[in-house]
Design a protein around this ligand. Structure first.
Ligand SMILES: [Zn+2]
Length: 476
């Protein structure tokens, strides 16, 4: 590794026992911020005259980066948006110009999972890939995952970044990594029973899906008594939604650890064992700001705002002050685990792009999930928002466990949705297996832009039509 590739991430061994945090994650915040300032200064110096995208961005903003002093001048740097990066790749296909190294140094390709526009292509050098693996090691460390574990990855590896890095990092901590793509859920359950993995990495949706499949096969008890003790989830907000977590934890007899990241940014955050429902931002490797999504002005701790991230070690393809569109509530109080790293209360609360206005009420997919997952007999659901405009309709379809009064459960769901959203939402029971099942990015919240409203709240149209777009957390 050359000096140009940024500082090596922290590999301080844990102090406080096998699951205790390393001292570096417990430093006073002043020391942490001094480290961030030093690394940001070094990063910007490296990008200068080498990363055409950022040279252009800073020069257009009239910023002489060499004269800035951090932290105090951080806000003088312009924001970067996904639209900026997409436009850059369209203008200079296929890779764009946000690259610091010559093209032949890049060895890994990934892309975002956007279904609403062209995916963003993102490439890494061996050094930046390794930097991401070190970030994943922080996730494993906080989850108490060690070289003695067997880590199971029940999905097919596509071009999405998240679980590739999780897989590689598992092998580097000495754990046994088990790929289980290209299989049915039944085959995966058989593999779990044959190999006894102790850790599973997947979306919250898929952890629930495997429970369903096991239940249909009469094996639910076996899973809650099974070998899996930790489930690291990512890719959807469910990992920090209490009702979804509880359902996964009960069904598997395992602890859920939430984690979030973005393909173009890297593995940003992790949950620790001591504080369920909070995500620590790995501030040794990322600068995290929270801003008002409308004005871009700093948001106070405790107030919902948009997470803005600068990654400090992905020097070959960095993002500076990147508007993630993740809405979060930050706290910088020291955690029970001893870490001084800032935390996001309730994880990623919502995605700014996911909000839909229905008859004057702002509806987020996570709010709907939070209500429906808390109703035990609801096996699966789909929420459809129809057409644009003030007469937008919204309705929910639910699959309900056999031998339960479906009408009563649907009525309960409707009443809880009305309470939570302040909106009347018709809930219709549908036959078992009628709704789609997902492994990677669930599409349970569908906005149908192609069907004119048939009247507020009236189920109509085909929510799977080509004009439908999924909204939900985009990346991991
Ligand atoms: Zn903690």
């Amino acid at each position: 590794m050359t000096a140009d590739h940024g500082n090596a991430p922290d590999s301080t061994p844990p102090t406080g026992g096998a699951t205790g945090p390393p001292d570096s994650e417990c430093e006073p915040r002043a020391a942490l911020e001094a480290l961030q300032a030093e690394r940001l200064t070094a990063l910007l110096r490296t990008l200068r005259d080498r990363n055409a995208f950022y040279d252009r961005k800073f020069s257009r903003a009239g910023v002489d980066v060499g004269r800035l002093r951090f932290f105090e001048d951080l806000a003088a740097l312009p924001f970067t948006t996904k639209a900026d990066l997409v436009a850059d790749q369209e203008a200079s296909p296929p890779w764009g110009t946000a690259l610091t190294e010559p093209l032949d140094r890049y060895t890994r390709y990934n892309q975002t999972s956007s279904t609403t526009g062209r995916p963003l292509r993102w490439i890494d050098t061996p050094e930046t890939w390794q930097w991401m693996l070190e970030c994943w090691k922080a996730v494993y460390r906080a989850a108490g995952v060690t070289g003695r574990d067997r880590v199971f990855f029940p999905f097919s590896f596509g071009p999405f970044l998240g679980f590739w890095t999780g897989f590689d990092a598992a092998t580097q901590i000495g754990a046994h990594a088990i790929p289980a793509g290209g299989m049915t859920s039944g085959q995966r359950l058989a593999l779990i029973s044959a190999l006894a993995p102790t850790v599973m990495c997947c979306t919250p949706t898929y952890a629930l899906r495997l429970l369903d499949v096991a239940r249909e096969a009469g094996g639910r008890a076996a899973l809650s008594d099974g070998p899996v003790r930790v489930i690291i989830v990512a890719g959807e907000p469910g990992g920090s939604i209490p009702a979804t977590r509880q359902r996964i934890e009960r069904g598997w007899g395992a602890r859920v650890i939430d984690h979030h990241g973005l393909t173009e940014v890297g593995p940003i955050s992790f949950e620790c064992l001591q504080a369920p429902g909070y995500l620590h931002v790995n501030e040794r490797e990322f600068i995290a700001e929270v801003v008002d999504p409308d004005t871009g002005e700093p948001a106070a701790d405790g107030v919902r705002g948009e997470l803005v991230i600068t990654n400090l070690g992905r020097t070959a393809s960095p993002v500076i002050r990147y508007r993630t569109r993740d809405l979060v509530v930050r706290t910088r109080e020291r955690c029970a685990c001893g870490r001084t790293l800032a935390r996001l209360a309730g994880g990623v609360v919502a995605r700014a792009d996911d909000m839909v206005n229905v008859r004057g009420v702002n509806v987020y997919p996570a709010a709907v999930e939070s209500v429906l997952r808390a109703i035990g007999p609801v096996v699966e659901y789909r929420c459809t928002v129809q057409a644009a405009g003030s007469l937008r309709g919204i309705f929910v379809e639910v699959e309900i466990e056999d031998a339960v009064d479906a009408a009563a459960v649907a009525a309960l769901a409707a009443s809880r949705l009305r309470e939570a959203l302040g909106l009347s939402v018709p809930v219709t029971p549908v036959a078992a297996g009628a709704l789609p099942r997902f492994e990677m990015k669930a599409r349970r919240f569908v906005v149908d832009r192609g069907t004119p409203p048939a009247g507020p709240g009236t189920p109509a149209g085909n929510p799977q039509s080509a004009a439908s777009v999924r909204i939900g957390q985009e990346d991991s």
